[in-house]
Design a protein around this ligand. Structure first.
Ligand code: UD1
Ligand code: CA
Length: 486
């Protein structure tokens, strides 16, 4: 990877983002599983910069803490008052105690920006030895953007902001994306020369272009083909639109890497998800967070997996999972709820209407139907009967249940934790297990069945139940000796 000597990236994120109408700062809003500024900082990393400086202002504590958590090395510069992009860059340069080499300025609200584009832009800037380079864009509707003004020779003369532009200048469709590259020496000399005598009363970073021209220095603009990469989010409508576009790009990227996606329009994949070739994704599936899926796994339809690990050849149908591990060739679903700490072994099964939490389920072990498995360890090859509840909570504390290898437990059991069922042990239908079951033993807790003859006719006379019973019995019993008292 090429290394640009002494490269500094400055990310501006001090603005309020009021149009989001949110208590959360704009750049912290998530898109494809990362904050907007997280995407920009990730792109910046591709440049292998010597230093990254983030300018924070509004909600600086929240934004600063988020940035430091993602990238502890990022220098935080505080811009007390948002007096313009020129003032923001000045705050950045001050916080870093000066800059050398090349300086790239980007904004924290452009989530589609790719590191490769920044790298190509910085490389072109360095090669051309310019004082300033503009990453520009040709757009159909330039409203609101700074326009790139060129002379008859096509040389860049200045950037004029929408509000300060003449009617003729507003016709220009080449816009300033906001991403600029500077020779550090020129930048440091130019910043104190910026004025705020303009319609917004702000210090415009874009005025540096005219200053460079005055000094007879080289400036240039390079239009990016893919303008969406530099598009900023101002409101939630744009957030959704760019979110859908980013997702479309991610999904397409995985298809090109060998992943089958039956319905890209209903498939959502976060930026940090990792998929192997020959994974198949069926409609209505969301793969979120740091989810990793191994080859030949089939996920969906209608499944959401967040921070999950799915093994090779596993099958996951109509499932909601979070922080769960699904082993190779395991089967999950339909209608399974995998909560954090679920770890299903190879060829294991978590079936329909089963909820699991903090549950380590061994290789080949099965929980096929209608169960709750919390704080449990189930040995390899064990089978849990339908409708089993691992009663892990006594109202005060959580306790663990251990089921041994190849144990076979009956339907409709309750395991009252802490309790242990030994290897190869079994339980009868309806058993409430309150005491440990030794290896190989069969536990039953329900009493012998008693039939109270004639109960329906004696105790529910005149009801359809009694009539049905009478019809089936053919005769009314002559006394109620055998009938239950209650
Ligand atoms: C800016 C550019 C314009 C460009 C457009 C692209 C200037 C003067 N104008 O205009 O040429 O076409 O971006 O989107 O540079 N910010 C701070 N501190 C401030 C002001 C802004 O950190 O004092 C940050 C904002 O949070 C935002 C970015 O800088 O991320 C751009 O600021 P904004 O006010 O939106 O600039 P525009 O008017 O859109
Ligand atoms: Ca803007």
């Amino acid at each position: 990877m090429e290394q640009t000597a002494g490269l500094t990236v400055i990310v501006l994120a001090a603005g309020g983002g009021t149009r989001m109408k949110s208590k959360t700062m704009k750049v912290l809003h998530p898109i494809a599983g990362r904050s907007m500024i997280g995407h920009v900082l990730a792109a910046a990393q591709v440049l292998e910069p010597e230093r990254v400086i983030a300018v924070v202002g509004h909600q600086r504590e929240a934004v600063g803490a988020h940035i430091s958590e993602l990238y502890p090395d990022v220098v935080l510069a505080v811009q007390e008052e948002q007096r313009g992009t020129g003032d923001a860059v000045r705050a950045a340069v001050e916080a870093a105690g000066g800059v050398t080499g090349t300086v790239v300025v980007a904004y924290g609200d452009t989530p589609l920006l790719r590191g490769e584009s920044l790298r190509a832009f910085a490389a072109e800037h360095d090669a051309a030895q310019r004082a300033v380079s503009i990453l520009s864009g040709i757009v159909a509707d330039p409203f609101g953007y700074g326009r790139v003004l060129r002379n008859e020779e096509g040389d860049v003369e200045a950037i004029v902001e929408e509000k300060d532009a003449t009617r003729a200048q507003r016709e220009v469709r080449e816009i300033n994306s906001g991403i600029l590259a500077f020779d550090a020496e020129f930048l440091m000399a130019a910043l104190p020369r910026l004025g705020n005598d303009n319609s917004k009363g702000e210090y415009y970073l874009t005025d540096t272009i005219a200053l460079a021209r005055e000094d007879g220095l080289t400036v240039g603009a390079h239009p990016i083909d893919d303008v969406m990469q530099t598009e900023g989010v101002n409101d939630r409508v744009q957030l959704a639109r760019l979110g859908a576009e980013l997702n479309r790009r991610i999904v397409e990227g995985w298809m090109r890497e060998g992943v089958s996606v039956m319905d890209p329009a209903t498939t959502w994949i976060d930026a940090d998800v990792v998929l192997a070739p020959d994974v198949t994704i069926l409609p209505g599936t969301q793969l979120l967070g740091a989810t990793v899926v191994a080859t030949d796994a089939v996920i969906g339809p209608d499944s959401t997996l967040k921070d999950c690990e799915v093994g090779a050849g596993a099958r996951v149908v109509r499932t909601h999972g979070e922080l769960a591990v699904i082993g190779d060739e395991a089967n999950v679903g339909p209608y399974s709820y995998l909560r954090p700490g679920t770890n299903l072994g190879a060829r294991g099964k978590i079936g329909g209407f089963v909820e699991t939490k903090n549950a380590v389920i061994g290789d080949g072990a099965k929980v096929p139907h209608l169960s709750y498995v919390g704080d449990a360890e189930i040995g390899e090859g064990a089978n849990i009967g339908a409708g089993t509840i691992f009663a892990n909570y006594d109202g005060v504390a959580k306790h663990r249940t251990k089921v041994g290898k190849h144990a076979k437990t009956g339907s409709n059991n309750t395991f009252v934790a802490p309790v242990e069922i030994g290897d190869g042990a079994g339980t009868g239908g309806g058993t409430v297990v309150r005491q440990d079951v030794p290896p190989g033993a069969l536990a039953v807790s329900a009493g012998p069945q008693r039939n109270f003859e004639g109960w329906a006719v004696a105790k529910r006379p005149g009801t359809p139940q009694a009539e049905a019973a009478e019809a089936a019995m053919g005769t009314r019993p002559d006394d109620d000796d055998d009938v239950a008292e209650s």
